[in-house]
Ligand binder design. Structure first.
Ligand SMILES: [Zn+2]
Ligand SMILES: [Zn+2]
Length: 269
């Protein structure tokens, strides 16, 4: 019923510019959420099957279409309406949307702590803890429900990154995690998996099951020259090993990357 479109062509905000842009700007926040697939861009009336209009002052989509009634002179107005937030991450909240958007900025930019949130948003510790755990749940849910990417002839870049998180951005390292992921060069569809426990070895045995789970056969996988990936040619993928000293810039330039080795498709096992 609700249509969600992502029209973002790639935002570039740092933490402070984001705050400066969206602080107390509800309308900009709604636009931002709509451009990024959080809020619907269109809603269809389930009774009339026609597009609803957005009433921006009350944040509802409504139909209002007049329909002929059988055996009656007067047509009747459809009274279907639905909240702009229905079925989204924001359903049921009464907080101003700019505060939520800035809170997500604090979380995603790793600037989350009670003092910062209180200073910027005047939220109580309870509110910020609730929203922080809600954000974690959504992230976990996203991790669990990732769909495979790639496909015939689609270029997928894969890489590993080591993340270190310091408590409140100071002091000794407390947490670190290896992440393994892939991204389609053109659409930017991606998958990310944390490597936990024994998976931290990043061995062939660890990574191949993730590659098979999250990258469709026939994809062209581009990676740095790490030896674990040399086996990919036997798994139904074309694999290009890219030397990182030659910069990988753009998918249209992919063929100009220095190919150290190209392994052709063999069995799809
Ligand atoms: Zn964007
Ligand atoms: Zn209707």
């Amino acid at each position: 019923m609700a249509t969600v479109d992502v029209t973002c062509a790639g935002c570039k905000f740092d933490y402070w510019i984001f705050i400066a842009t969206f602080h107390r700007k509800d309308d900009l926040c709604y636009q931002f959420l709509r451009e990024h697939g959080v809020l619907p861009t269109a809603v269809e009336c389930p009774e009339c099957h026609t597009p609803c209009k957005l009433r921006s002052d009350r944040r509802v989509w409504y139909c209002g279409r007049y329909r002929k009634q059988p055996k009656k002179k007067r047509s009747k107005q459809c009274n279907f309406s639905v909240s702009d937030f229905k079925g989204t991450f924001l359903e049921g909240t009464h907080l101003p949307v700019w505060q939520l958007v800035l809170f997500f900025n604090h979380c995603l930019q790793k600037q989350w702590d009670h003092a910062t949130v209180f200073k910027c948003l005047q939220w109580s510790p309870n509110t910020s803890v609730d929203w922080r755990s809600f954000c974690s749940e959504v992230t976990l849910d996203w991790l669990k429900n990732q769909q495979p990417i790639g496909g015939d002839g689609v270029i997928v870049e894969i890489d590993e990154t080591y993340f270190v998180k310091r408590k409140n951005n100071k002091g000794r390292n407390l947490n670190s995690v290896w992440l393994f992921g892939g991204i389609e060069s053109v659409t930017k569809n991606k998958f990310i998996v944390p490597l936990l426990g024994k998976q931290r070895d990043r061995s062939v045995a660890t990574l191949i099951p993730f590659i098979k789970k999250y990258i469709l056969p026939g994809s062209t996988i581009v990676s740095d020259g790490w030896k674990a990936y040399e086996l990919l040619g036997n798994k139904g993928f074309t694999h290009w090993v890219v030397n990182h000293s030659e910069h990988f810039v753009d998918p249209s330039d992919a063929r100009e990357c220095r190919l150290i080795r190209t392994v052709a498709d063999s069995d799809h096992g």
